[in-house]
Design a protein around this ligand. Structure first.
Ligand code: DAH
Length: 357
């Protein structure tokens, strides 16, 4: 056997014996690396005459090609085995759970004679219900509105006439129905405020939870489908301090003492003055991280004193009544409560994530 054949033989053995990616990598450097026999023979080519160099060069080329093929094939085998191992480790056999877990038995389970696990509400639903309870205890009623809205309720009555620049804050999904851009998926729960005031006279003390839609790219703190909790209070003598007091009471009830909250001046067309409601970042505790984009605070929603123009649009007398309103992100409340670094986890429907809550 000549030296090249020996090198191929040895490389073949090394590659074949590798059982992990790390071992394969080691086999690769031993067969092909700078200190390998192949490398030494390739370097020695320069000392040969032209004839012999061509001949030996070709043999070395073939040896490399053979070993490279072996290496590639082995790498694919190992990758496939690793994928299988991962799949086995993450395997969830739901039929096994039906038989082994104690729980409420549904009709199907009873017919089989076995208990079925009852499952539980999604984290976002749990948080929504808890937040509703907090406000019910404070004397608020819970209201609802449609997810498919018209331009009047979502924009116009909220002091955003057609072509108002503030509409740019809301990247809107329009439906192909009626006049172009007249029917849409609501971009916030604020249209429920309009519907409440259209349907009755003050005093109004209401919260309205619900799903909202925006053409946003998902990231750690944004989802294109998300949930808000709207609040609307309209009565005689309502001031900004009532707004701050209600938010404080809510923060204490929901987070317990210890979490810091702040109101930061902002702008919304439907409130004057307007503010944003922030809490200290739950991931870094205020030091600055990816979730809070380095600021130490995460915005939970917007709020303010209802703009007189909104009252006028729905026929409430702005001389007699004042009011406050807000829209809080329920998904962010859920993330804040559970120290969730990436809000997209809420939509993945991964049982391993969901069963933790
Ligand atoms: N609708 C606003 C948004 O989605 C949030 C908001 C701000 C709601 C101020 C309000 C409010 O009720 O008064 O960005």
């Amino acid at each position: 056997m000549n030296a090249i054949e020996q090198a191929v033989e040895r490389g073949r053995a090394l590659i074949g014996a590798a059982t992990t990616p790390a071992e394969l990598q080691a086999a690769h450097s031993e067969a092909f690396g700078r200190r390998s026999a192949l490398a030494a023979m390739t370097a020695a080519l320069r000392d040969l005459g032209p004839e012999e160099r061509r001949e030996r060069g070709r043999e070395l080329q073939e040896a490399r090609a053979e070993l490279t093929d072996l290496y590639t094939a082995r790498a694919a085998e190992l990758e496939q085995a690793a994928a299988l191992d991962r799949a086995r480790a993450e395997r969830l056999d739901l039929t096994e759970q039906v038989w082994s877990m104690a729980g409420a038995g549904g009709p199907l389970a009873r017919s089989l004679g076995a208990p079925v696990p009852a499952g539980h509400l999604h984290l976002v639903t749990q948080v929504r219900q808890e937040v509703e309870d907090i406000f019910i205890a404070m004397g608020f009623e819970v209201a609802e509105g449609p997810e498919v809205e018209d331009d009047w309720h979502n924009f116009e009555a909220l002091n955003m006439p057609l072509h108002h620049p503030a509409r740019g804050m809301f990247d809107t999904f329009y439906l192909r129905a009626g006049e172009p851009e007249s029917v849409l998926l609501r971009t916030h729960t604020s249209p429920v405020q309009v519907r409440l005031m259209e349907s009755r006279r003050p005093p109004i003390y209401a919260v309205a939870p619900g799903r909202c839609f925006r053409r946003d790219t998902p990231d750690a703190t944004h989802l294109p489908v998300f949930h808000q909790l709207e609040a609307l209070v309209v009565d005689e003598g309502i001031s900004m301090s009532h707004l701050a007091g209600a938010l404080d009471a809510f923060t204490d009830a929901f987070f317990g003492p210890g979490r810091r909250a702040r109101l930061r001046p902002s702008f919304f067309p439907f409130t004057e003055p307007s503010a944003e409601f922030d809490v200290t970042c739950w991931v870094c505790g205020g030091a600055g991280c990816r979730t809070c984009a380095g600021s130490g605070w995460v915005e939970l929603g917007g709020c303010g004193m209802v703009d007189p123009a909104v009252f006028s649009a729905v026929g409430v007398d702005p001389e007699r009544y004042t009011g406050f309103a807000w829209g809080l992100g329920i998904d962010r409340l859920a993330a804040a409560r559970t120290n969730l670094g990436d809000i997209r986890d809420l939509l993945d429907n991964d049982v391993r994530f969901l069963t933790q809550f």
